[in-house]
Write a new protein. Sequence first.
Length: 111
Amino acid sequence: MTLNNLGIAYAELPIGDHAENLDQAIGGYQKALQVFAEDKFPVEWATTPNNLGTAYADFPIGDRAENLRKAKQCLLNALKLWKPDTFPNEYQTATRNLEKVEAKLKALNAI
């Protein structure tokens, strides 16, 4: 959970280089996913790809369309667990994030 929280802190850091901060956030989330097994830590597991997806969606370095595709896959992974009947708030958040990513992909003609 510390790695996920570190990722959140870097993603929301208001000072420093935003791209570098997001790069650190992505690294933290990726490390957290190596620890969280979906079957043993389902809530933490779903939270982390949602956070990773939002970081990729905002990541300004590299291929924009590829970053958005990674974001989309991460959010779809979170939605494997977050269902409207069991996690309504989380489902709504991830669904909104996914809609934003899909709109950005569409604007790039990358869908």
